[in-house]
Structures are given as structure tokens and as C-alpha cells.
Ligand binder design. Structure first.
Ligand code: AMP
Ligand code: TRP
Length: 328
């Protein structure tokens, strides 16, 4: 069975865009492939000096992943730092990648330039080596990623090829694949930008755990345009089309078909808000249950870490043996 790995950083709260664009496709895909899902807390450490915040965010993200429907008996959901092989292989990867290669990573250049006057950790620079370890530890065939992460999968392939060439066949070569298509959710106040936690204000963002009354308020205030016609046209009518697309993601009907049912913006906003509230209601209920029973939630994450470690430990051992490190 094809093995697929997707990882998500525990930074900030999950929003509707993350859910419809990424997490829901993960849930739909969990039976088709051997799916591993890592909450990559060590990656989040590269830009925070508050490890406790990362820990809390990790727990909440774990609850979200199970609440949206990842089944611990089907998919392997684990926390990166619980599987110590990541750090161990990460160092080995750092020694297989050059300073020059890491210097060419556009994500590093972007993130470092945004933090010009702040602390730029060495971890932010060597981040792709840790990501290579994440991927290679699981003999991963496919890594579904968007454009921004392709370069990191490419460098992982380069490292794997180099290692295999230097030390003998050790790693499966991974391939970046297009993620299962999910919806692309735009900011409700600025429908030309993706809904994102890095937006200036959160009036255009729906958090997955947001209160129903607040969700309704945000949809009622969603920016549309100065016309009155309800029509699906992403270019000319980004606000209206975003509402139609969100409603479509909730109901399964095509946005073009939904558009024919409305003659005014008001009812479209209300219906979309209500559909989102209903879509999130069971997820919020399961999330609250999981968060109320921390022991059970941590047991689920331990189970995932156990399954992950079985694969990761064998790969690390193989890499160490091929490198010729003295066995303990
Ligand atoms: P991020 O939190 O931006 O790293 O995103 C985590 C995952 O959610 C990635 O797979 C993104 O492609 C996806 N995602 C983030 N924002 C959106 C959005 N507004 N619409 C659809 N998918 C999104
Ligand atoms: N770098 C990825 C991001 O910023 C997160 C990530 C870490 C990842 N390790 C991974 C993604 C392994 C896929 C596979 O979104």
C-alpha cells in the first residue's frame, strides 16, 4: 500500500481554511493509502521561545485531528517529539546536506527576512534537514504538499539519493504529490487573500472552535461587492464566490448551482453561516469531549507514536548501520 505522510505545525488555532483545504481531505484519504500524520512540534520550536505554548497547541491540534475524523485505528497520528528518532535522524540529515543547499531554501529566506530584527535560530536554517528526517523515517512514497513545500520535498529526495549513493541503499525516495483537492477558503473581509492566521485581524477568519453566534456575525459582515447579482465568478466577484464555495463545501452541491437559488446577498450569507455552524457542530462537540478527557486524548497520541516508532526505529537503525556507527 502506498505510504503517505502529511504533517502540520502546532502554531495557532486551526481555521476553516485548514479544515476544508487540508484536514478534511486527509480524513477522506485515510482508507485509500497508509496514512501517517505528524504534529510537528519540533518544527514549531524554530520560531518560538515558548515551548509551553507549543505543548498546549500540540494537545489542541491532536484533539482537532481526531475530532474531524482521523481514526486512530486507521491512520497513524503522532506527535513528532514523541518519536525521538526524528531528532536522531535529523542530525544525520544535517550532516548530509550542505550549507549552500540550505541557503537556497526560499522558505528560510522568506522567514528570516521577516524576522530581520528578531532572533533567527539555527533551527530555522536547518529545518529542511529535520523535515527530510520526518519524511525518510517512514519510507514515505508520497508527500502531498502545496507549492511552498515542494522545494523541501525536492531537497529530501536529493539527500536520500546522496545518502543511498554514499552508504548503500537505505531510504525510499519520496515524491511530492498534489494534495487531494480541498476547497480554497478566502478571508471573509478580504476575499482576495487566503483565510490565514497571519492576517492582520481575525474578523475575516473562522476558527474551527468558534462560537456559533460569532460565526454567524462574521458571515453576516462578510465583504461582497456593490452589485446585487449572485453569480459564481472568482475573478469578478471574489466575496460572493467565496461564500458560494464555502456553502458548496458544506452541502456538496456545485457553487454554480447554488448561485441560481439566490437573488440577494443577505440570505446567501445567512445560509452559508448556518451551514458552517452545522458542519462544525459535531466536530466541536467531539473536540470538547476529547479536551475534557486529557488522559484519553494523550493515550490516543501515545498509540500513534507507538505505531510511528515501529517504522521509524527500523529506518534509523538501518541508516546508522549503513553509516557504520558503532552499535551500542
Ligand atoms: P498553514 O497553517 O498555512 O501552514 O496551513 C496548513 C494546511 O492548511 C496546508 O495544507 C494549507 O494548504 C491549508 N490551508 C491553509 N489556509 C487555507 C485556506 N485559506 N484555504 C484552504 N486551505 C488552506
Ligand atoms: N514544513 C511543513 C510546513 O511548513 C511542515 C512539515 C514538517 C512537513 N515536516 C513535514 C510537511 C514532513 C510534510 C512532510 O507546512
Amino acid at each position: 500500500m502506498t505510504r503517505v505522510l502529511s504533517c502540520i505545525q502546532p502554531t495557532g488555532d486551526v481555521h476553516l481554511g485548514n479544515f476544508l483545504g487540508a484536514l478534511r481531505p486527509w480524513v477522506e484519504g485515510q482508507h485509500e493509502k497508509d496514512a501517517f500524520h505528524g504534529i510537528v512540534d519540533l518544527h514549531a520550536l524554530t520560531i518560538t521561545e515558548q515551548p509551553d505554548v507549543v505543548g498546549q497547541a500540540t494537545l489542541r491540534l491532536g484533539a482537532v485531528l481526531f475530532a474531524v475524523g482521523l481514526d486512530p485505528d486507521v491512520a497513524t497520528v503522532f506527535v513528532q517529539s514523541h518519536v525521538t528518532e526524528h531528532s536522531q535522524l535529523g542530525w544525520i540529515m544535517e550532516c548530509q546536506v550542505s550549507f549552500g543547499e540550505l541557503s537556497r531554501m526560499t522558505q528560510f529566506k522568506d522567514k528570516a527576512s521577516k524576522r530581520e530584527h528578531e532572533f533567527i535560530s539555527a533551527g530555522l536554517f536547518t529545518y529542511p534537514a529535520l523535515q527530510a528526517a520526518d519524511i525518510l523515517l517512514y519510507d514515505t512514497d508520497e508527500v502531498p504538499v502545496g507549492e511552498d513545500q515542494r522545494q523541501h520535498v525536492e531537497i529530501t529526495r536529493d539527500i536520500a539519493i546522496r545518502f543511498n549513493h554514499r552508504f548503500g541503499d537505505t531510504f525510499v525516495l519520496p515524491k511530492a504529490v498534489m494534495p487531494k483537492a480541498g476547497a480554497r477558503v478566502m478571508d471573509l473581509q478580504d476575499p482576495s487573500s487566503k483565510m490565514s492566521k497571519s492576517a492582520g485581524s481575525d474578523t475575516g477568519l473562522i476558527s474551527l472552535m468558534e462560537d456559533p453566534a460569532d460565526i454567524m456575525k462574521k458571515f453576516k459582515r462578510a465583504v461582497t461587492d456593490s452589485e446585487t447579482e449572485v453569480r459564481y465568478d472568482r475573478e469578478a466577484k471574489p466575496g460572493v464566490s467565496n461564500l458560494l464555495e464555502i456553502l458548496s463545501a458544506c452541502t456538496g452541491e456545485a457553487p454554480q448551482d447554488l448561485a441560481t437559488r439566490y437573488t440577494q446577498y443577505g440570505p446567501l450569507k445567512t445560509d452559508t453561516g448556518e451551514a458552517v455552524v452545522e458542519l462544525l457542530r459535531p466536530i466541536q462537540a467531539r473536540y470538547n469531549e476529547l479536551m475534557a478527557d486529557r488522559g484519553e486524548l494523550q493515550a490516543l497520541l501515545r498509540k500513534g507514536a507507538g505505531k510511528a516508532r515501529e517504522v521509524a526505529a527500523a529506518t534509523l537503525e538501518r541508516a546508522q548501520a549503513h553509516l557504520g556507527l558503532l552499535p551500542a
